[in-house]
Design a protein around this ligand. Structure first.
Ligand SMILES: [Zn+2]
Length: 287
């Protein structure tokens, strides 16, 4: 049986580094993104234009974008929180932008000081004004550090609103890494008929070591896009000591030649940031 290709969106330079306690030198970030450009990804999330007050780790987003060597065929994405962020991002000329909200009311309040409805109103103008395609993140789609389990009924309207306003792709996030494969099935069985499997990326964190199993279950249900970070960098501010995004290496191991990622190049890219993270980045599924 011929297996469909799987796309891995490399989010290490943004989601990974945003959640690392250390602030990585700009030179290292540029070298990291440039190395990732040679790994076979068609999309890399480079940085975030969220206010540096909130995310000091990524305050140098504009400079990183200016200095990276863009490889033809690779899409370089920037996270943008609102219209001010879109204006800051303009000069960086990202190939794609990403907006974010969450399926948990309390998480949105604590994270961006807005209700879900307010957050959707805030990102609407960003999606409409963006000159490039927009990806929409839905955080805490399975569990919330404040509210606990988030039911599919809470996720569906948020996902639908993002699609309705014009997001071309959704990234459904298990932000605290607590989802189980059965919870993944419960959501995807509702979501896929509404928006189509080809527009859904799954974004797993590996806090409880279930990210690979969750990715495998998602793939069995038809999902072909996954977010991951080289070496599993990143953490989780709600679970101290937790591992970060699922390691790209773990997904390459899982999906094998269904992906386009070159293992040796990926390990070289991961090695560029390792010395700056203050701890080992090797997740349980790596190596
Ligand atoms: Zn994440």
């Amino acid at each position: 049986m011929k297996m469909d290709p799987v796309r891995i969106v490399e989010v290490g330079p943004r989601d990974g580094l945003q959640n690392e306690p250390e602030i990585i030198p700009t030179d290292v970030k540029v070298a990291f993104v440039d190395a990732l450009s040679g790994c076979g990804f068609d999309e890399i999330e480079v940085s975030s234009f969220v206010s540096p007050k909130w995310v000091p780790q990524l305050a140098d987003a504009a400079e990183v974008f200016r200095r990276i060597a863009r490889k033809p065929g690779v899409s370089y994405m920037a996270l943008v929180p609102n219209e001010a962020g879109l204006a800051r991002a303009a000069e960086a000329r990202p190939d794609r932008i990403a907006v974010f909200t969450a399926a948990s009311e309390t998480f949105n309040r604590k994270n961006i000081n807005a209700s879900i409805v307010e957050s959707i109103e805030r990102i609407g103008p960003v999606v409409r004004q963006s000159p490039v395609p927009v990806r929409g993140y839905v955080s805490t789609a399975f569990h919330c550090p404040y509210e606990g389990r988030i039911q599919p009924e809470a996720v569906i309207p948020v996902a639908q609103a993002l699609v309705d306003m014009g997001c071309v792709e959704l990234s459904i996030g298990d932000t605290i890494g607590k989802a189980t494969p059965d919870e993944v099935s419960a959501l995807l069985e509702r979501l896929i008929p509404l928006v189509g499997a080809n527009r859904i990326a799954m974004h797993f964190h590996d806090t409880f070591g279930r990210a690979t199993a969750n990715a495998e279950r998602s793939a069995a249900l038809g999902i072909r896009i996954f977010d991951a970070s080289a070496g599993g960098i990143g953490g989780c501010p709600y679970a101290p000591g937790a591992t970060g995004n699922v390691a790209t290496q773990a997904l390459v191991t899982l999906f094998g030649n269904r992906t386009t990622i070159h293992w040796a190049a990926l390990d070289r890219a991961s090695a560029i940031v390792h010395p700056y993270l203050g701890r080992s980045t090797a997740g349980p599924a790596v190596g």
